[in-house]
Design a protein around this ligand. Sequence first.
Ligand code: NAG
Ligand code: NAG
Ligand code: NAG
Ligand code: NAG
Length: 233
Amino acid sequence: MNKIFGILLCALCCLLCVWPTAGNGQSVEKVTEATPESNPAPAPPGKLLLAIHYEALCPDSMYFIRRRLYDAMQNNSWWPVTDLKLYPFGKASFYNNTSKGEVEVFCQHGAEECELNAVHACIIESFDVRRAFNLVFCMLRSYSNELDNCARSMRLDVSKVRECKSSRKTADILSPYGRKTLELGLSFVPSIVFENDFDPYGQRSIRQNFEKHFCKQYLKKFNITLPTCGALL
Ligand SMILES: *[C@@H]1O[C@H](CO)[C@@H](O)[C@H](O)[C@H]1NC(C)=O
Ligand SMILES: *[C@@H]1O[C@H](CO)[C@@H](O)[C@H](O)[C@H]1NC(C)=O
Ligand SMILES: *[C@@H]1O[C@H](CO)[C@@H](O)[C@H](O)[C@H]1NC(C)=O
Ligand SMILES: *[C@@H]1O[C@H](CO)[C@@H](O)[C@H](O)[C@H]1NC(C)=O
């Protein structure tokens, strides 16, 4: 009995594994080439541009990313409809250290935060956004550098991150993120920006009702109410 069931299950499993890869990929392409109107491939969902300006050692940033943003992305399955950008810079600033003749960076929570922000930046450079976000999420559980622990628990090879961090100056690594964040002149960290349209006075509401704002912004851009948005709008 068990054996037969096992074989059946295995057959089903094999079918499931093989089916989409072997079957669909090519035939869909052929069909759309030949008769594009009769069988159009479904359009990929549009992505809402979402920028998070945060700091590695800022409790409000940690709370927002770990307790609000992560849940919102997971629980609503919003990854396919989000173009997420992370900016680990916050209220930092660049200055010219004239005794060295070099541009350096000054961070709200001290030099340690600059170093950690730079680790985050290297993570963002080294992985696709979803993996980078998961690693950043893991890093933000503590005020110390969790890169090794997170890499181990996530079974990720972070050698590129280490190489990025050790081979370049902190100010250099943070430069592109700083440029984007400094443009905003933000007064609170984290700051959340939809579609490059910064609303400085709406930040508190966006932080506290993030999902509602996401839904509204998505509707505004695409005229689509996302599946889990109905009750929020
Ligand atoms: C997301 O789902 C988890 C697990 O089901 C739940 O604990 C959490 O409260 C949910 N978060 C939100 C914001 O709905
Ligand atoms: C400028 O660089 C020097 C030499 O490394 C260092 O001792 C000093 O603390 C730096 N100044 C500031 C304001 O960070
Ligand atoms: C920094 O200061 C030094 C010494 O005053 C100067 O030579 C250099 O041009 C400055 N660099 C920048 C980027 O402002
Ligand atoms: C938005 O979508 C609704 C139906 O979902 C449609 O009736 C309406 O005309 C659309 N508005 C615009 C501006 O496209």
